[in-house]
Structure formats: C-alpha cells, structure tokens
Design a protein around this ligand. Structure first.
Ligand code: CMC
Length: 437
C-alpha cells in the first residue's frame, strides 16, 4: 500500500522534523501547532492576511478552476446551466444538491412564490428611508429587519425552521429590491404577482405603472435569468465568507444575509458593477480610453470590472454575459457606453501592465452596461447581484450549519502592539505622539 502523502517540515530553531499529513492538497493548520520552540510556545500558526491561501471549509457546492476559467455548480458547467435552466431550477440545484425533476421544480416554485409578500410593517419600515437613500443601504437594512418579523429564524439548528427561512429569503429579496427602487422614485409599491416567473415578477414589481401588468420582453426576462444564474454562487468570495462567519455564531439567516449583503456592497466586490458605469461615464468617449488607462497604470485608481482573486485567465461569467448582452442590445438597441467598454477591453488586454498581472474583465464589467440597456438604474446594480447571491449565501450557510468540523469562526492574530507597560494616572500623563512611540 502506498504511504499517504505528507509534508516534512524541519524547524531550523530546534532542528526537529515534523511529518504533516496532506489531504486534498492541503495541510491542516492545527497540525502546525505541534511545532514549538519550547513548552511555553503557543505553537506555529500561518499568517495569511486576506485569506489568499487558506481553505476555510470543505464544500460540495461550487467548483472554480481560476487558471482554466472553469466554474461549475454541483458539477454542472455554468455555460450549460445558463443556457438551459431557469434561475429557480439553479437555486434548487445549489440548495438541494441535484437538478429538480419537473414535479420537484413545480413544487419548489410554488413554495418560493408562497413567500414573496412582505409583512405590511416591513413596507412601513421601508417608508422611513430618505428619498435619496442608496437602494443597497435600504436592501441590507430591510433584510436585517425581517429578523424582527420571523421569531422562528433563531432556531438555526432545526432543519424545518432553516428551510422556512430559506424559502422566505428567496421569495422576498426581489420584493425588497423592487420596493427600494419604487421608494427612491416615490412610486407606490407593487405587490408580487405569483403567476409570473421569478424574473418577470421582479420586473413587474419594478416597472408596472397604471397598466394591469408590466409585460417584459421575453428576451429580457431570459437575459435577467441568465444574469441571476451567473451570480448565484461563487464559493468562498468575500460576502460568502461573511455569511459563513456570521452564521457560525448561530445568528439567524436574516441578519447573516444582511451582513453578507453589506460585504457585497463594497466597490471591490459586488459594488464594482455600479463603479464600472461611473468609470465609463468619466471616460466619456472611445478617444479618451488610452489616457485613462495610462492614469490607472500610473497608480491613479483601478480599472473597475477588471481583475479577480481567483480567475487568472478569464472569467467564464464575463464571456457568457458578453454574449447575453448582445441578445439584449438586439432588443434595446446598443448602449452608448458599449463602444467605450469595448475599446477599454481591447486596449487593456493588449497592454503589458494588465497582461503581466493577469487582469481580465470580470463579471461586473459587462453586467453594468447590460443592466443599463435593460432599463435598470446604476444604483440598483448591486442589489441585482444580491438577489441571486442570496441563494448561494443560503446554500453555503446550510452546508456550514450541518458540517461537524465547523465551529464559531475565530481567526488568530499576530500582535504587533506595545509590550506590557506601567499604567500612568491621568494627571501625570504627558502628550505622547504616535511618532514618539
Ligand atoms: N486595475 C488596475 N490594476 C489592478 C486591478 C485593476 N482593476 N486589479 C488589480 N490590479 C493590480 C494591483 O494594483 C496589483 O498591482 P501590483 O502588483 O503592481 O501592486 C496587482 O494588480 C494584483 O492585484 P491585487 O490587488 O493583489 O489583487 P486581489 O486579488 O487582491 O484583488 C480585486 C482582486 C478583484 C479586488 C482587484 O482586481 C480589483 O480591485 N478589481 C477592481 C474591482 C472589481 O472589478 N471587483 C469585482 C471583482 S469580480 C466580482 C465580485 O467579486 O463581486
């Protein structure tokens, strides 16, 4: 029988050699604790700011190969899911582990649509926001506020209670998102219409005026479905890590999703799609692209919608979005920013700075111009990301809650502050500047 693989580590301080087992190409950080200089030593830790090389969990949900540009949900290539499935079908896959049969899908759809309404007090809660509040700020706060409506949400160890909250969240996030938009325009809220598909209902809640129902172009509901599928999960990204981390304290899923959405709102994560549009507006025209790229290379800002921690070749989602955007533009006519975006992509992809650093357009680069062409306001873009990602956050949360290896998330630190020092009573203190320290 072959010997199990291991890593031999020699500690030059003590000359001792340690044999650390390797599983799935990783060593357990806790196995390093035995490496000590002496009995009082706490033991060896790894230092990994921003988790660039740390696996925080074992997960069977999403697979990414960043070098090859591969993304799969539960083993299925994202390209096939985007082309052939509806968003709710993919949501079922992510949460339940298998693609649904027709009967399962019909039941699942029925279950989700039974939870699309908001409690009237939640509607009133939304009314308290200023007219110019950012939709993402309203979304985060309102999702958190749902925790006050559903008392059973705290029973996170009860599988039936967990499932109820999962359905409530998937059903309600489009309603909350649409209400934030209607609120910012001072328009009355539109109640959900459960005869419509998930995306068509969302568009109806956003854009219905006095007509009985807003009828979205089928190509646009399909495009939105594709975008939702592409955004549904992306393994241990910043917001999912927050979802797992907050959820690990057994906080309820409403506040955990709100915390994850807060992480998503940052411009380096889901907020990037709104920033791309702002950037394209600043650039203004195709002719200004070279000067803008030069500025970025000189250290003034970043190309928003470029670069990724994991994808170092191409982002497969960006490819699908580029294709879907073309279908949208056939219906809506071209977005005036499309020309600037294409030129920016062309110049960046041929520039040594971006080639060397492996910076490619990511999912947010094209989603913004596509959303804009479909009639969504830039302020709503990150909310459009949060709706489908709620499914991924919940799938990851469910997996974490039942994983016997998981405990409350609690990293260590390397302390760099002052050693123990004598306390000085306030009347005896002199001003010490941080520089003097
Ligand atoms: N424009 C210009 N330079 C960049 C960019 C960019 N968009 N991204 C990274 N770099 C440079 C960075 O300055 C660094 O250069 P140097 O080695 O000279 O210091 C090098 O590339 C490596 O970058 P990094 O910051 O170490 O990479 P990271 O893995 O920590 O960050 C990222 C990944 C996505 C946060 C970053 O690429 C970025 O800020 N991109 C722009 C924002 C964006 O589009 N975010 C959406 C990401 S995809 C969807 C999502 O996660 O929600």
């Amino acid at each position: 029988m072959a010997t199990p693989p291991s890593l031999l580590i020699q500690d030059s301080r003590t000359r001792r050699v340690f044999d650390v087992p390797i599983h799935n190409g990783t060593i357990r950080a806790m196995d390093l604790r035995q490496i000590k200089e002496g009995p009082d030593d706490f033991g060896m830790m790894t230092y990994d700011p921003a988790f660039q090389n740390t696996a925080s969990c074992r997960s069977a949900i999403t697979y990414i190969d960043g070098d090859k540009g591969i993304l799969r949900y539960r083993g299925y290539p994202i390209e096939q899911l985007a082309e052939q499935c509806s968003f709710l079908e993919v949501a079922y896959l992510l949460l339940e582990g298998e693609l649904p049969t027709q009967a399962h899908l019909a039941h699942w759809r029925d279950e989700v649509t039974h939870h699309t309404m908001l409690h009237e007090t939640t509607k009133k809660f939304l009314e308290g926001f200023r007219y110019d509040a950012h939709p993402m700020a309203m979304f985060i706060s309102t999702v958190a506020a749902l925790s006050s409506v559903y008392d059973d949400a705290r029973n996170v160890l009860d599988p039936a209670a967990r499932r109820r909250q999962v359905l409530r969240l998937i059903g309600k996030v489009p309603t909350i998102a649409a209400y934030t938009y209607r609120h910012s325009l001072g328009l009355p809220y539109v109640y959900p219409d459960n005869d419509l598909s998930y995306t068509a209902n969302f568009m109806n809640m956003l854009w219905k005026m006095v007509e009985p129902r807003y009828v979205a172009h089928p190509a646009l509901t399909k495009a939105l479905d594709i975008l939702f599928i592409l955004h549904a999960d992306h393994e241990q990204n910043c917001s999912t890590n927050v979802m797992r981390s907050v959820g690990s304290s057994q906080a309820d899923p409403f506040v955990s999703v709100a915390a994850a959405a807060a992480a998503l709102s940052g411009p380096l994560h889901g907020g990037a799609n709104e920033e791309v549009l702002k950037m394209l507006a600043v650039i203004g025209s195709k002719d200004n692209v070279p000067a803008y790229v030069k500025q970025v290379k000189e250290g003034h800002g970043k190309l928003m919608g470029f670069g990724h921690r994991v994808y170092k070749n191409f982002d497969p989602r960006a490819r699908i979005i580029k294709w879907a955007a073309e279908q949208v533009f056939e219906v809506t006519g071209p977005n005036r920013m499309q020309e600037v975006a294409l030129e920016l992509e062309r110049i960046a992809l041929n520039d040594e700075y971006f080639i060397q650093r492996k910076l490619y357009p990511n999912v947010d680069f094209y989603s913004g111009i596509m959303y804009q062409a479909m009639g969504f306001q830039p302020e709503l873009f990150t909310v459009l990301f949060a709706i489908p990602r709620t499914v991924g956050w919940l799938a990851q949360w469910q997996e974490m809650i039942v994983d016997p290896e998981q405990k409350i998330a609690r990293p260590r630190q390397v302390y760099t502050g002052a050693p123990e020092r004598e306390f000085v009573p306030i009347e005896m203190r002199t001003l010490v500047t941080s520089a003097a320290r």
